[in-house]
Ligand binder design. Sequence first.
Ligand code: SF4
Length: 441
Amino acid sequence: MLATRNISESMVSSERSEILRCDQNDNPNMSTNLISSGTTARQKVNLRTPDVMAAVQQQVESHYRSDIIEKIRRAGGIISVGDTTVRLAKQFGFCYGVERAIDLAYAARKVFKDRRLFIVGEIIHNPEVNHQIASLGIKNLTGKNKEADITDLGPDDVVIVPAFGTELSIQQQIKDRGCQIVDTTCGDVMSVWKRVRKYASESVTSIIHGKAEHEETKATSSRALGDGSGHYVVVLTLADTDYVCDYIRHGGDKQAFLEKFKGAHSPGFDPDVHLQTVGVANQTTMLRGETEEVQRRIRQAVIDRDGQELAQQNFRFFDTICGATQERQDALRELLNVPMHLLLVVGGYNSSNTSHLAEMGEEKLPTYFVLNASRLVSATEIKHYNLHEKREVVSHFWLPNGPAAIGITAGASCPNNLIEETLIRLFELRGISRRDLELAA
Ligand code: SF4
């Protein structure tokens, strides 16, 4: 996995309160560089020396690599044994942003051997990966698995910011404690921040298509405040979008609006004022078709209110779906053109991009969104996440008896070893051993 990556120099200061983050002037996805948060000259410490990265590569591959999956991929993504055929989507699993975040977390552990290491929430939305990170002694500072509080931190501590980024207020609290910050925020997320900051600087309210409680959207919302005078509202569904569109066209009950978007709008938001000039941005992992529809509906509402010419000033948009999300959605769309009996989507249930893959599958064929191989209980029973009920459910008689064609995909936060275990379990339930599968791969 690591061998094919651009392993660029990443530096972190030996001084306090330094931030290691992407250099967006170069390649925002892969390159990292030091950005000083202070004014004094800093002595830099290289996180990615060849010896550290060689050790990281070995450790990461031992945790997440799969020979079987790599072989099937090289063979065109299809494997048939007996009367069972499995097709893998052309793109699935770890994205460049996740790979980079995991590398940096492992590298930080090696470089800061004797320091306490913390992370702001989950590094990615996959329980197995988060468990591995916890096993490195990296403690969580936020969320339901919180193990320490920011107020407990001191200048000798190192804090990792995950691939989604974090809210400005949290980042400031950590800086105020004097900690070193290893910022693994994905460059694609920072591109969204750049966009909403620009909206704020031009008094344009950000309408963010995303999940208000998702870490990335919270981080983006905090940037949409700009210097403090900016505003935002987060819409998740097309129904939310239509509600905002109605308000843009006709105005309405301000209190009802604020109640509906409680927790999803900026402090002091006034829909009578702040929907005058709007710009759409989105969480990087949304469904492209849906995001485009959000843009289209809001643009039309502004045109209906202001007319075509004025709408050019009062409506902006910028597509911020990331490349990796797009590739995985495109690859699944292609896979779904092939007749299959069912689709397995592997990944964390709180993973946004994985949920969207499951949504796409559901539109075409029986789709089971599974956390890992253990959810394939038997040939007649499967535990899987129901997106509509937002809980894990049990389904029966999910595997066909005769010849079977099955698709598999996985979200950007799912490592190959979990996909391999799911594949092996699937073949086992079809009466085909791991050994036979390995021989066929
Ligand atoms: S899903 Fe996209 S935005 Fe998120 S870490 Fe991966 S590449 Fe970056």
